[in-house]
Design a protein around this ligand. Structure first.
Ligand SMILES: N[C@@H](CCC(=O)NCCCC(=O)O)C(=O)O
Length: 257
């Protein structure tokens, strides 16, 4: 029987002082460790290096985290970013080639916020860069002046698509309350993706990969925030962890052949 599954978490590359660091938010690592019952492993964002294949052979799942940075517009044929927009080209260069390989391998994949946007782009979709400036859409950003519990607190409902995985995970509830900390969002949906939730203004808030052999889900909100206090978030990370355990068992069986 294999041990706990290993879940890879690609890092943000950030300049701190004179040096670059590869960072992952602790709340994501806790959600993997406690919520999914797995071992989180930070993946340096070195781009699409040959090591990526070697890395993939060691993992049982991948979590794509949120980030203040944004996918570079040239990745989806979008207009140049507004001045001051944060980017992380090495993270893009790591996650965008990784995503289809993970899904093709049947390795469980959970994507959150920026990770949700990366997944949409990896499947050929495009992004709104400043949703709040688009007629008809609400402002999905957090109030940076507010206390952090308010920033990550409930912001709006999302409508769950009947019969979808998330609808079932919610016990048949048609709506759930989610937080909202994003300026970008799905403009056109990537190929082979099925919407699982929408905000009241129509913005896509969750999707899955239609023919994925395993768990392949993405949400625009932040379920990792105080997940222990939210039954839906607990169920989401538990389902992700169970998929990773199944993948680990199959991988161990294959390694013994
Ligand atoms: N930059 C993108 C994605 C926003 C996002 O991931 N926010 C969370 C950042 C901090 C955290 O990890 O909780 C956008 O603005 O749409």
């Amino acid at each position: 029987m294999p041990g706990k599954p290993l879940i890879g978490v690609p890092a943000d590359r950030r300049l701190l002082g004179h040096h670059y660091f590869h960072c992952v938010g602790e709340k994501y690592l806790n959600a993997v460790a406690v919520g999914a019952g797995a071992i989180p492993v930070v993946i340096p964002s070195f781009g699409d290096s040959p090591n990526l294949e070697e890395l993939l052979s060691r993992f049982d799942g991948i979590l794509l985290t949120g980030s203040a940075s944004n996918v570079e517009p040239h990745r989806y044929g979008g207009p140049s970013s507004a001045p001051g927009t944060l980017h992380d080209p090495q993270r893009d260069a790591t996650t965008l080639p990784l995503i289809p390989r993970v899904v093709e391998a049947g390795m469980p994949l959970l994507a959150i916020c920026r990770g949700f946007q990366e997944m949409n782009v990896a499947f050929g979709g495009t992004l709104w860069q400043r949703i709040h400036e688009v007629d008809g859409f609400s402002d999905h950003r957090e109030d940076l002046e507010a206390p952090v519990d308010t920033q990550y607190g409930p912001a709006h409902e999302v409508e769950l698509v009947p019969g979808s995985f998330l609808h079932q995970l919610a016990g048949g509830q048609n709506q759930i309350q989610v937080n909202s900390l994003h300026s970008q969002g799905v403009q056109t949906l990537g190929r082979g993706l099925d919407i699982e939730a929408r905000a009241p203004d129509g913005i896509v808030e969750a999707f899955r990969v239609r023919n994925a052999p395993s768990f392949a889900h993405a949400v625009q909100w932040h379920p990792e925030w105080k997940f222990q206090d939210n039954p839906f978030s607990r169920a989401l990370f538990a389902a992700f962890g169970e998929s990773a355990r199944q993948y680990a068992t199959a991988r161990a069986r294959k390694d013994r052949l």
